[in-house]
Design a protein. Structure first.
Length: 107
């Protein structure tokens, strides 16, 4: 039985800028998590990966949680026909606040 080809993972320019607000020691963790969690089945719900109830203003339809105490949120969109995952934002959760880049969002 043939397996489906892997998804291509593309980082939006804003998502790359969001990485500036993440401590360097966590960058490889985020990169590895994106690679292992989104390469083959990005649109399958798991314990740390779920569809969003409503798409965000940036167009993300999925959220992936990772890191110590799941403090990082990776917001992405899946294009199954083209087999592409677009990472749109990377956020840091601090208590009941979500920081995307330098902007704070209340949860």
């Amino acid at each position: 039985m043939p397996t489906a080809p892997p998804f291509e993972i593309v980082f939006d320019e804003l998502a790359i800028e969001h990485l500036d607000s993440v401590e360097n020691k966590h960058l490889s963790l985020i990169r590895n998590t994106v690679e292992t969690q989104l390469r083959f089945e990005p649109n399958i719900e798991t314990r740390n990966r779920k569809p969003l109830r409503e798409p965000t203003t940036i167009g993300a339809t999925w959220e992936l949680r990772c890191g110590p105490n799941n403090r990082f949120r990776i917001f992405y969109d899946v294009h199954p026909e083209a087999r592409i995952v677009v990472v749109l934002a990377i956020a840091v959760k601090v208590r009941d606040q979500l920081w995307i880049g330098k902007e704070r969002f209340q949860l």
